[in-house]
Design a protein around this ligand. Structure first.
Ligand SMILES: Cc1cc2nc3c(=O)[nH]c(=O)nc-3n(C[C@H](O)[C@H](O)[C@H](O)COP(=O)(O)OP(=O)(O)OC[C@H]3O[C@@H](n4cnc5c(N)ncnc54)[C@H](O)[C@@H]3O)c2cc1C
Length: 382
């Protein structure tokens, strides 16, 4: 603790950094958050807003259960409506092995309290989403209480609540160096001057690997550009149409502003920080959509953008303190599901930081797991 500094400096003001800033401030920790652009302007501001409990790794389901409870009480606790619309989340399956795996997961989801997740037949899928072409569809899983929330409201809500509790939230301030002495963090160097601190949280999303390099810590997070498009308004889409994911192709869509928001992973993905829209990618999506959701082809595309997934080798986040450098904490590498995990992860890391017994153990996500070869794959990523 220092007079001119902070107990904790958070590097990055996306949804993760802002959630941690709030949960630490609520526990009396003096926080300074440095965001080099504007709050929520990077991956967070470009994400699809999906919130679902249908993960393959049990701890992710538990984290997501907690996150959903926190989103439910967000208006009372944070004073902002996170626009959490529980329109449901449908995984559409076309592969026998996936059918077997998802059927097996239903029991675990219910065990974790996700009581309304259920198996749906092809004809039920047709009722849930009239836009889907069901040739070759074997069935799917549906959870009506999953849904979509607003990344903007959640991020800005946490930042404002953290400020009210005394956090300093700085925009346009880049962290350029981290000072250490005798194996401990002692300060950060920023574009706006130096700050003394005994702890930093790396919440720099796709850029987190570069923050690790400042202190010789390997954080295996790579950037993968992902396209999102939004169509012109369509008449056939009910407002409560669920989020639909065609699991084997990763094509997904949900209602947005009277039209549809849709996206898909590219066939061949290479790490890159490029975020210009490749309009030609619409052709690759079109090939899949012509088989699975032809309505997308009829709709004019109103806008598109690219955001970065921040992926790790096992598609799981990197969470907690780095044992080789005291005071250096990670909260990054969410591999495309960080928005929905942010409320819970912020709370759990804040509890761990102040020495409370966290209600869910984050040890499986420890930064050292890569060096130890203890990867914990999450299969339900798109
Ligand atoms: C197309 C797309 C769709 C997605 N859909 C979903 C979804 O449906 N559901 C879901 O849960 N997740 C989704 N995600 C993933 C989700 O957006 C991310 O996991 C989440 O936003 C990560 O938040 P973050 O705060 O870690 O990263 P970011 O929002 O990227 O924030 C990191 C911040 O760090 C700042 N920064 C970097 N370096 C420095 C530095 N040196 N100094 C100061 N600041 C720095 C950056 O400017 C940035 O603002 C999607 C992502 C994409 C791209």
């Amino acid at each position: 603790m220092t007079r001119d500094g902070a107990d904790v400096v958070i590097i990055g003001g996306g949804v993760i950094g802002c959630s941690i800033a709030y949960h630490l401030s609520a526990r009396g920790v003096r926080v300074t958050l440095c965001e080099r652009e504007t709050l929520g302007s990077q991956s967070t501001g470009r994400c699809a807003g999906g919130v679902r409990r249908q993960f393959s790794y049990r701890r992710n389901v538990e984290i997501q259960q907690l996150a959903v409870r926190l989103l439910e009480r967000f208006p009372d606790e944070i004073g902002v409506d996170p626009s959490f619309r529980r329109t449901g989340y449908l995984f559409v399956l076309t592969d026998d092995a996936d059918v077997e795996r998802f059927e097996g997961l239903l029991g675990m989801w219910r065990d974790c309290g996700v009581d309304d997740a259920r198996w749906v037949s092809t004809s039920e899928i047709r009722e849930l989403t009239p836009l889907l072409e069901t040739d070759g569809v074997l069935g799917g899983t549906f959870c009506p209480s999953d849904g979509i929330a607003s990344p903007h409201e959640v991020t800005i809500g946490y930042a404002a609540a953290a400020r009210r509790m005394g956090a300093r939230i700085l925009e346009g301030v880049e962290v350029r160096g981290i000072d250490t002495r005798m194996g401990r963090v002692t300060g950060v160097r920023t574009s706006a001057g130096d700050l003394s601190t005994a702890a930093v949280f790396t919440c720099a999303g796709a850029w987190s690997g570069g923050i690790g390099e400042l202190v010789g810590v390997s954080i295996p997070v790579l950037p993968y550009p992902r396209h999102v498009f939004v169509t012109e308004p369509l008449t056939r889409i009910p407002h409560d149409h669920p989020m639909v994911i065609d699991f084997s192709t990763s094509l997904y869509f949900h209602p947005e502003g009277g039209g549809l928001l849709f996206g898909m992973g590219a066939r061949e993905e290479v790490p890159s920080f490029a975020t210009e829209v490749r309009w030609g990618f619409l052709e690759e999506i079109g090939q899949v959509a012509s088989r699975r959701a032809p309505a997308l082809l009829d709709a004019g595309v109103r806008t598109g953008w690219v955001g970065l997934y921040e992926s790790t080798p096992d598609h799981q986040p990197v969470l907690g303190p780095v044992s080789a450098l005291e005071g250096f904490w990670c909260a990054c590498g969410f591999s495309g599901h960080g928005f929905q995990q942010a409320p819970a992860v912020g709370l759990l890391l804040a509890e761990q930081f102040i020495g409370e017994e966290p209600r869910l153990d984050l040890a499986p996500f420890a930064p050292e797991r890569f060096a130890r070869g203890l990867l914990i794959p999450e299969h339900n990523v798109v």
